[in-house]
Design a protein around this ligand. Structure first.
Ligand code: GLA
Length: 683
């Protein structure tokens, strides 16, 4: 069984309360303080500490910069050339001007052993000129420099680099001498010692250097740092590590969103670094990632190697109107004001009294997401200015804020009461809410709604729909109207004939809407429409693993057909095995996972034998659930690796879709290899 880059080891380190720990605690407490010149490492302050570094002015807005981890992990391309290249790009490509400031090294910059004096030694292959030279290079470009270590005996990498536990004062001194401006302090190999104490010791050690060093606490939210870390560090990770995929980003976002009350100037919730530009998500998803991190007032640490990133990554990362939401000096984290069926509304109060509002669509279909200026916290006004921060355009509304948002997309706007609303064109939203599911050769009907959210009428409204080649799209009703008054909605209905040759999967159509503003100017907008082509199971009993699912989402790697989950490539697992018993048919997934099938209202029952696959040893806790049209019909509660397979059976009579979900049992998703063995549907 393959395990990417030592997740297993780190996880063990997180919980280990080794016997060694007790001995080490004594040893570190008794260690002598270091002298100003270095000398023996120590955990307690030197007898004549330097004047305390003033950290009260640090991170008044969330930190912005770069960290190599998400793009390189410990691979060889993490070296001084990369760091210098990033510093150059920050200046040349306008990122510095956009506010990005720190260039940070993550794990693996040091040699595994300290020198005879107990000092950290930079890896001479990666950093042949040492760390100070890199810091100087970064500083010479008007940027700041950051470094990484762990509040443990070793850092998180399997290779075993030295951690700062018991060496806090001498390591902090060494960092300050190199010109470090930012420290990310991780949590691996912590010997079970009290987290708050470990993080406080390093805070004091940093202060004792006299150099202002932004202190980023990285204990993955394990000890509820939002409750104690303000005044210790300037940011605290709230979750485990982000991965460059939609499910990971989404689950991290959902953990960080409820913590809004803890964020503010000088102390920020940190949902981990950005993946924008690393290639594992679509641009729509990356815009959601960046919009949501900004409305959550999260640190914006670019995690892509911009020397090879596509232009789209620069376009997203340097959107100054979105960055301004993140960097707003009031320092509020956006609050969830509505969340239902994958439609999310988040509102963030801004220093000028306006509100940033994110309309986020978590689902796999375009959906209309709506709120009002009042619900977002704004005072009453005859009209409001709505600034679209991705389209860079202003419109007005009478109070409703609404958009048909593409699958996985986010519309991010800035809304303010505006006496001059009449100078702005009315906001018009046009789209198909929800899309459709069809079988190949079928006909489906879709209704598009065009709503005028403003106060003035728009004229000569016309809608048109186009499909992929070979698809027939006809208007079943009038596709346009001469006048659409403020507050009114116009509906047009379309008949779509899905060709027999259409492959199962999502097919994109386009709704185009044009209208004339009061000024006479014509506006044209396009909206995503999705038809998901699916194959319904035949009559009788069928193995679901023989059918193409409507949609899948999986913790690591793809959902495996008739194999266990190998975590990366398709087919890299083993036979499905639970409690020593093996099955030839079924699905191998990894929490958090979601697999959706089309049942066309023609099926009755779904059954399976479920459990944690034996390949994860003694670990792994998961919970299985079967939903019919989004409603729970059967579930297992939390299952562990020591349990044999459990039978699960759900009545799905009449459902259009059946969804199989696996959650992580509440303890994170590591080792959560889950099997839907002998998974069958009866129709
Ligand atoms: C932990 C941290 C990551 C990264 C790695 C480095 O997993 O949470 O952000 O720093 O260690 O090994």
């Amino acid at each position: 069984m393959s395990h990417p880059s030592g997740r297993r080891t780190r996880s063990a380190g997180r919980t280990a309360m080794a016997a060694l720990g007790a001995g080490l605690l004594c040893a570190t407490v008794l260690a002598a303080p270091s002298s100003a010149a270095g000398g023996r490492p120590a955990t307690s302050p030197p007898s004549n500490p330097a004047p305390a570094g003033d950290d009260s002015h640090l991170a008044l807005t969330p930190p912005m910069g770069f960290n190599n981890w998400n793009s390189t992990h410990c691979r060889a391309e993490f070296n001084e050339e990369m760091v210098r290249g990033m510093a150059d790009l920050f200046v040349e490509r306008g990122l510095k001007d956009a506010g990005y400031e720190y260039i940070n090294l993550d794990d693996c910059w040091a040699l595994p052993e300290r020198d005879a004096e107990g000092k950290l030694v930079p890896d001479p292959e990666r950093f042949p000129h040492g760390i100070k030279a890199v810091a100087d290079y970064v500083h010479a470009r008007g940027l700041k420099f950051g470094i990484y270590t762990s509040a443990g005996t070793k850092t998180c990498s399997d290779i075993g680099f030295p951690g700062a536990l018991g060496h806090e004062y001498s390591d902090a001194r060494q960092f300050a001498d190199w010109g470090v401006d930012y420290l990310k302090y991780d949590n691996c190999n912590n010997q079970g010692l009290d987290a708050k104490q470990r993080y406080l010791t390093m805070r004091d050690a940093l202060r004792a250097t006299g150099r202002p060093i932004l202190y980023s606490i990285c204990e993955w939210g394990e000890n509820r740092p939002w409750e104690w870390a303000r005044g210790v560090g300037q940011s605290w990770r709230t979750t485990g590590d982000i991965k460059d995929n939609w499910e990971s980003m989404l689950s991290i976002m959902k953990k960080n969103l409820p913590l809004d009350e803890y964020a503010g100037p000088g102390g920020w919730n940190d949902p981990d670094m950005l993946e924008v530009g690393n290639g594992g998500m679509t641009d729509t998803e990356y815009r959601t990632h960046f919009s949501m991190w900004s409305i959550m007032a999260a640190p914006l640490l670019i995690g892509a190697d911009l020397r090879s990133a596509p232009q789209s990554a620069f376009d997203i990362l340097s959107n100054e109107e979105v960055i301004a939401v993140d960097q707003d000096e009031l320092g509020r984290q956006g609050k969830v004001i509505a969340s239902e069926n994958g439609r999310w509304v988040i509102a963030k109060e801004l220093a000028d009294g306006s509100r940033a509002v994110a309309l986020f669509n978590e689902s796999d279909q375009p959906q209309r997401v709506s709120t009002t200026a009042r619900a977002a916290g704004l005072p009453h006004s005859a009209g409001y200015r709505v600034r679209d921060l991705w389209k860079h355009a202003d419109t007005h509304t009478a109070g409703k804020i609404s958009a048909t948002v593409p699958a996985h997309g986010t519309v991010l706007v800035r809304v303010s009461p505006d006496r001059d609303w009449a100078q702005l064109p009315p906001a018009v939203d046009s789209g198909v809410d929800g899309g459709a599911i069809a079988e190949s050769g079928d006909g489906v009907r879709l209704t598009a709604a065009t709503e005028n959210l403003g106060r003035q009428p728009v004229r000569s409204v016309s809608t048109g729909m186009t499909g992929p080649e070979g698809w027939r799209v006809r208007a079943e009703s009038r596709p346009g109207t001469a006048v659409l008054r403020g507050g009114a909605t116009f509906r047009s209905t379309w008949r779509i004939d899905v060709p027999r040759s259409a492959e199962p999967g999502s097919h994109e159509l386009k709704l185009t809407t044009t209208y004339r503003l009061p000024s006479g100017r014509q506006v044209r907008s396009d909206s995503q429409v999705l038809v998901r082509v699916a194959v319904a199971p035949a009559g009788g009993t069928t193995h679901l693993s023989d059918l193409a699912p409507l949609s899948t989402a999986n913790g690591f790697g793809p959902v495996e057909i008739d194999r266990s989950n190998g975590e990366s490539a398709a087919g890299d697992g083993k036979p499905l095995t639970i409690g020593g018993r093996t099955w030839s048919k079924g699905l191998g997934v990894h929490a958090v996972s979601r697999v959706e099938y089309f049942t066309a209202g023609r099926c009755e029952r779904v059954t399976a034998s479920v459990g944690v696959d034996d390949e994860t040893g003694e670990r792994g806790t998961v919970a299985f659930e079967i939903q019919a049209d989004g409603e729970r019909r059967a579930g297992t509660g939390t299952l562990t690796n020591s349990q044999d397979a459990q039978e699960i059976s759900a009545d799905v009579t009449g459902a259009e879709t059946v969804t199989l979900t696996v959650t992580d049992g509440g303890d994170g998703s590591e080792y959560d290899h889950a099997d839907w063995a002998d998974l069958k549907v009866t129709c």
